[in-house]
Write a protein that binds this ligand. Structure first.
Ligand code: SAM
Length: 305
């Protein structure tokens, strides 16, 4: 595969990170690396950190340097970034960089590189290539908000949900928007996002949070199960711990509403709802579990029909 990708994620969010990479670039994924036939713009990615055009791969550092030298690779003002995902190569990072740099024709410039290479070290081998896209970590760019909420998603998690289901220019609805975390993350990524929230007080906080970032109000107070509209995609971070609601069919009603509103949905639930989603006619494209203290969030990318 001509491109490899590197994930940066804590263990508990690794499945979500792998889901993000799978949806963005496809291909095969092992741990915190993936290989794909396509290069994609990952500037707004939450967990996918680097997209690298592969130049060489080998079982040892010596073989890798020989393969690079063999290609007569030229670059002026370059830097080599080392990503270690295994401890099987004992050389220090500066020594590794020096050995790889010696195989490249041209001069390094570590302070202001014009070309950046990546050396990926894994238990199964070493990969080397040129970085063609990187996450700009724009999920971090939201300022501290006037209103917080104990149920709110972490900004990075919310950005990953957006990336699972929408691209820049898509019209996205967060059916249960809380204080607007997903809507904000979507807007930063260039998605035309809107929020619905049944609780008027919380909806007001979402509107104030958007206003604090200079966005106009895109929040409507409504019960998502009873409202109509048409969107490219929906996100539904469903209430957790509402056992009585779950028992009385709340999750099913929300899934049915999602199917009326958009052809694809990302749903977050406090329990496994795969069977329920399939019974309602959805295909599960990817799923991930994200543990959080005493709760596990179950994330599903669903396609209608
Ligand atoms: C888990 S919280 C969502 C938190 C949100 N993702 C955030 O980051 O702020 C679930 C939200 O769904 C809302 N909700 C519950 N039932 C709803 C319904 N029928 N229609 C719309 N919103 C609903 C709740 O008021 C709550 O704010």
């Amino acid at each position: 595969m001509p491109y490899f990708y590197i994930i940066t994620a804590p263990d508990r969010e690794l499945q979500l990170a792998q889901a993000e990479l799978s949806v963005m670039a496809g291909g095969s994924i092992e741990g915190r690396a993936g290989w794909s036939n396509v290069a994609v713009d990952i500037s707004h990615a939450a967990y996918v950190n680097l997209c690298v055009r592969q130049i060489a791969c080998a079982g040892s550092l010596e073989e890798l340097c020989a393969a690079i030298a063999c290609q007569g690779l030229r670059a002026d003002g370059f830097a080599v970034r080392v990503v270690r995902q295994a401890s099987n190569v004992s050389e220090t990072t500066p020594r590794l960089c020096k050995q790889v740099a010696d195989a490249i024709v041209g001069s390094p410039n570590l302070d202001a590189p014009r070309v950046e290479f990546c050396l990926l070290i894994r238990g199964t081998g070493l990969w080397f290539g040129r970085i063609v896209s990187r996450s700009l970590r724009t999920w971090q760019s939201a300022p501290r908000l006037p209103h917080q909420y104990s149920c709110a998603l972490e900004p990075r998690f919310a950005r990953a949900l957006v990336n699972l289901v929408a691209a820049a220019g898509d019209k996205l609805l967060d059916m249960c928007c809380g204080i607007g975390t997903v809507v904000r993350q979507a807007l930063i990524a260039g998605v035309d996002a809107y929020g619905w929230e049944v609780n008027e007080r919380i909806a007001q906080k979402a509107a104030a949070n958007l206003a604090a970032m200079g966005y106009n109000n895109r929040i409507i107070v409504t019960d998502a199960r009873k409202s109509a509209g048409r969107f490219d995609a929906v996100v539904a971070d469903l209430p957790y711990g509402l056992t009585s609601c779950v028992e009385t069919g709340f999750y099913g009603q929300m899934l049915e509403a999602a199917g009326r509103l958009a052809p694809r949905a990302v749903v977050v639930a406090g329990r496994n709802i795969q069977q329920l989603a399939e019974k309602l006619g959805y295909r599960v494209i990817v799923s991930a579990q994200v543990p959080k203290t005493r709760l596990t969030r179950h994330v599903y990318l669903l396609a209608a029909g």
